[in-house]
Design a binder for this molecule. Structure first.
Ligand code: SF4
Length: 321
């Protein structure tokens, strides 16, 4: 992935790229985004507050809980209400960038914040932390399948791995199935993701299996819509050590009768160390992959579970829960 066109299109809060668009003329440059993920993501930056004409610098705004729902109003100037303008900007992004495969938002922003945003009463007292930025909220409503995350939360190794996994998987689906679903393409697509879904959420693995069992008897577009909703919801569950161990044990079943006693013991030991949090996932997976070369099985080789995101990111080289 060296050219812009080969990179995955991802929306981003513009200040995270180091551009001085914040209310005070500053930025929130995030080097992980610009120096690491930029190798794989083609960013589509938006600063909704600048886009709606608030200017730089500008007077700060905040979320206000009112009888008419959550509003975005000026702190010093309560008559300034940009709620509808920010929502309209989200609609413009949805129309202009339907190809997005993910979105990274700046946290703690009344426009871009997604999680635990503070809301205030009309007289300025803190009410709760149940708000969402007006731009982010509308965009998420209109693109409910889109993988989204806040930049600050990407510092958490498990959340980071989960978000990047979802972006790559969603992009894969957009390329393979969004416009041309057929029963064969759906089955082929999912056959690559079975062990990954098993690692993330076994109940979804069963549900998707049931859905695709009837794929030839139903309208392919309808099944595709149901599939992607189940698939993205499944991947939203973190692949825990328990889930990954479950998938590894199923894959290990293909080695039955092919390993000698020492090899079996070595593999069991590493799986157990991973399960106990002593070594990262890459350790048992590397050995399992090595042994599975003994099995000439294209279905196994094509599993995304081996490599759901670029190895260079090293997302499986750290111990997580
Ligand atoms: S958080 Fe959003 S609205 Fe605020 S400066 Fe960054 S991009 Fe602009």
């Amino acid at each position: 992935m060296s050219t812009t066109s080969a990179k995955i299109p991802v929306g981003v809060s513009q200040c995270l790229l180091g551009e001085p668009v914040r209310y005070d003329g500053g930025h929130k440059h995030d080097r992980y985004l610009t120096e690491v993920l930029s190798q794989y993501f083609h960013y589509r930056p938006v600063c909704p507050e600048v886009a709606v004409g608030l200017g730089i610098p500008r007077k700060p705004i905040r979320l206000v809980a009112t009888d008419r729902g959550t509003r975005v109003r000026g702190i010093a100037e309560a008559s300034l209400d940009v709620t509808e303008a920010l929502e309209a900007e989200a609609e413009r992004t949805v129309s202009a960038m339907p190809e997005l495969s993910g979105y990274i938002f700046m946290q703690n922003s009344p426009s871009c914040g997604v999680f635990r945003m503070k809301r205030y009463s009309e007289d300025g007292m803190p009410v709760d932390s149940a708000g969402q930025g007006a731009y982010a909220r509308r965009l998420i409503e209109r693109m409910p399948l889109l993988p989204i995350e806040e930049a600050g939360r990407l510092n958490d190794a498990a959340l980071r791995e989960n978000f990047i996994t979802r972006v790559f998987a969603y992009h894969d689906w957009q390329q393979c199935l969004e416009k041309n679903p057929s029963p064969a393409a759906l089955v082929d697509f999912y056959s690559r993701y079975k062990y990954q879904v098993m690692a993330h959420h076994p109940a979804s693995y069963q549900a998707i299996g049931r859905l695709l069992a009837d794929v030839g008897k139903r309208d392919a577009e309808q099944v595709n819509r149901e599939f992607i909703a189940l698939f993205m919801a499944a991947l939203q569950h973190k692949a825990t050590r328990r889930g990954n161990t479950n998938a590894i044990m199923h894959l290990r079943g293909y080695l039955k009768g092919l390993l000698n006693a020492d090899e079996q013991q070595e593999l069991s030991g590493l799986i157990e160390q991973y399960r106990g949090g002593k070594v990262p996932l890459v350790v048992p997976l590397t050995l399992l992959k090595h042994y599975l070369r003994k099995v000439d099985n294209p279905y196994l080789q094509k599993q995304t579970f081996w490599c759901p995101h670029p190895e260079n990111l090293g997302l499986r080289n750290v111990c997580t829960d």
